[in-house]
Design a protein around this ligand. Sequence first.
Ligand SMILES: [Zn+2]
Length: 116
Amino acid sequence: MAKRKTKLQRCFDDFNDKYFGNRLHDIELSWAATPKVDGKVVSAYSHCQEDLYKAHRIVLSKRLRYRFWMWQLVLLHEMVHLDLDFKGVEEPDFHGPLFNAEMLRLAKAGALNNLW
Ligand SMILES: [Zn+2]
């Protein structure tokens, strides 16, 4: 029997379907007490690629867990990074014009309603 999806997985699948055309796949999703990027952020997206191994991962801080609007907003944020990566878009500044354009696209599509 298939394992029941977590709330995080169901939310990711829903966003992937509604706002990313199901382009995002084979993503590891998890919660962690202390996800770190440069030692200070509350969420992390990591991408690792070698010749025969490729993994995409979104780790959300457990501190966000009980504030659904906050972790959903962070999840969408990390999904935008993934989507740009899947498209092969270089993000030299990570949260620059390309990233902002994608967030605006999501806002116009209603993805951020009740989340910001
Ligand atoms: Zn970011």
